[in-house]
Every structure is written in structure tokens, then in C-alpha cells.
Design a protein around this ligand. Structure first.
Ligand SMILES: NC(=O)c1ccc[n+]([C@@H]2O[C@H](COP(=O)([O-])OP(=O)(O)OC[C@H]3O[C@@H](n4cnc5c(N)ncnc54)[C@H](O)[C@@H]3O)[C@@H](O)[C@H]2O)c1
Length: 266
């Protein structure tokens, strides 16, 4: 079977860890050349060393226009083109209500999660137009359904969904596709930190199984396989798509629950 991303050039933000690192691995398996853009130099460089040859690490702060421009130009300089931008870098904390979020916290969440997607799309546009390439944004089910104590995080993820749909309309005639993935929970460092920040951290692991209709919280590779498909030729007629990779979490309450709900008798 031919490789899905043979000789495609991709920039993956937040590629040093978690979902981003899984996408990097998957893209390399599928034949792509990958620039790993991340502010975490040690993990990003270690990943690139492990995957030798097909990847290059670039220090990147996605909230800064100059930093993003350098990463895009380096990818184009290295491999002569840019076919795929994966806007994956994001932060989930602080997880709070509107009234308990400070202005600085609001600004940071918006800068890292949303301003970054705008910057990446804007700066990559001429290169993607030249390659008839694509963008994949990593949103979240929190931007679709809402989530307790995640008002600003959810707002940034919902805005990414709107940006994705609008840009799909604008860019269709340029031959650029843009889609978004919405995970619910995925086992990564962000999720582990988020669990620690919850008032009842001990019960959260079971809760994470319950919210997914398929009965488990997935590893990042489950998101990476869908990312590879959406960025491949197989998805050439797919744009503006907001795709849940959520084990059916949005389909109903506690469907196929692997553990019983709290026993009202106890
Ligand atoms: N893990 C989940 O349960 C989950 C669920 C839904 C959506 N998501 C989304 O998936 C994406 C990846 O999340 P993850 O769980 O893999 O996180 P993670 O913390 O495991 O990895 C995120 C990576 O992004 C990098 N990063 C953070 N801020 C950055 C910045 N300003 N510039 C450059 N790099 C930066 C980090 O250094 C890290 O390598 C995020 O956008 C997140 O909102 C995650």
C-alpha cells in the first residue's frame, strides 16, 4: 500500500509531546518530512534525534508572529515547500469559570490556543496556496459541547472551529483544505496536569472512561491516525470538516459505561 504522505512537508506545532508527538511519528511513518515546532527544546530535539533524518526541530512560540514566521520559512528553506500545517500546540489550564479567570489568564489562553491558529494560517497561506496544501487544527469537544470550568479554553476551541469553517470557504478556490479534529480526553501530560487541578482528582480516571461511549480514554495515536488521513490525498474532497475523535463522547450520557454510576444505596 502506498504511503499516505510520501514526500509531503509538514510543520507540526506542539510536536514535542502528547498528541503532537504522535502526529509527528505517524506522519514520518507515512513518508512525510516533518518540522517539529515547539517551545520545549529538550523533548522536541530528542524526538527528532530518535526519528533521525525525516524530522528537524525548530524552537517555536506559536503565540509570537516572528517565531512562527521563522519556523515556516525554515521548513520551506529545508525542503523547498510546505504541504501541511498542523496547528496542535495548546494549553488547557487554568481550568476555570468566567468569573474566576483573570484577564492575564484569558489573554494567555487566547494567545496560545487561538492567536496561534490565526498566525499559522496567515503565515502559511502563500506556501499552502503554492502547494495546494492543507491545514489541520486541533480543537476540542469542549469547543462543541461546553465543559464545566473551561469557559475560556472552550471559547478558544469553539473559535478555532468557526475559523476553520470560514477559512474553508475562503480557501476552497485556492485548493487549500482546512479541517479540525475534536478529541474529548486523550492521555497526555496536559490531561494529567488537568486531572491534578481538579477538586476530586481521584475519581477522574473512571470518569474519563465513562464519558467515552467506547469505554476508554485513548492514547494520542488514536488522534494521529485520523490526522494522517485528513491530511492525505484520500481526504482530498474533505474541507471545513469538524471531526470528533472522541469515542462517541458527544452521543449521550454514560453510554456503554464500563463502571457503574455512584450507588444511591451506599
Ligand atoms: N489531551 C487531551 O485530552 C485533549 C483533548 C482535547 C483537545 N486537546 C488539544 O490537543 C492539543 C495537544 O494537547 P496535548 O494534550 O497533546 O498537550 P501536551 O501538553 O501533551 O503537548 C502540548 C505541546 O505543545 C507545546 N506548547 C505549548 N504551548 C506552546 C507554545 N506557546 N508554543 C509552542 N509550543 C507550545 C508544549 O511544549 C507541548 O510539547 C492541544 O491543542 C489541546 O488543547 C487535548
Amino acid at each position: 500500500m502506498p504511503l499516505r504522505l510520501q514526500d509531503k512537508v509538514a510543520l507540526i506545532t506542539g510536536g514535542a509531546a502528547g498528541i503532537g508527538a504522535a502526529i509527528v511519528r505517524r506522519f514520518v511513518q507515512e513518508g512525510a518530512w516533518v518540522m517539529v515546532g515547539d517551545r520545549d527544546q529538550p523533548h522536541g530535539a530528542a524526538l527528532c534525534q530518535e526519528l533521525s533524518g525525516a524530522t528537524v526541530f525548530q524552537g517555536l512560540d506559536v503565540s509570537e508572529a516572528d517565531s512562527f514566521a521563522v519556523a515556516i520559512e525554515r521548513a520551506v528553506g529545508q525542503w523547498g515547500k510546505l504541504d501541511i500545517l498542523v496547528n496542535n500546540a495548546g494549553i488547557a489550564l487554568p481550568a476555570e469559570t468566567v468569573q474566576n479567570t483573570t484577564l492575564d489568564q484569558f489573554d494567555e489562553l487566547v494567545a496560545v490556543n487561538l492567536r496561534s491558529v490565526f498566525l499559522g494560517c496567515k503565515l502559511a497561506y502563500p506556501h499552502l496556496k503554492a502547494s495546494r496544501g492543507c491545514v489541520l487544527n486541533i480543537s476540542s469537544m469542549a469547543g462543541v459541547t461546553g465543559q464545566e470550568r473551561h469557559a475560556i479554553y472552550g471559547a478558544t476551541k469553539g473559535a478555532i472551529i468557526a475559523l476553520t469553517k470560514c477559512a474553508a470557504v475562503d480557501w476552497g478556490r485556492d485548493g487549500i483544505r482546512i479541517n479540525a479534529l475534536c478529541p474529548a480526553g486523550v492521555w497526555t501530560d496536559t490531561l494529567r496536569q488537568w486531572i491534578k487541578a481538579q477538586p476530586e482528582a481521584a475519581g477522574i480516571e473512571e470518569y474519563l472512561k465513562r464519558i467515552h461511549a467506547l469505554g476508554y480514554c485513548p492514547e494520542p495515536v488514536e488522534v494521529a491516525t485520523v490526522a494522517a488521513f485528513l491530511c492525505s490525498e484520500e481526504a482530498r474532497f474533505v474541507t471545513g470538516c469538524i471531526m470528533p475523535v472522541s469515542g462517541g463522547s458527544e452521543c449521550g450520557y454514560n453510554v456503554h459505561a464500563p463502571v457503574p454510576l455512584a450507588d444511591p444505596q451506599s
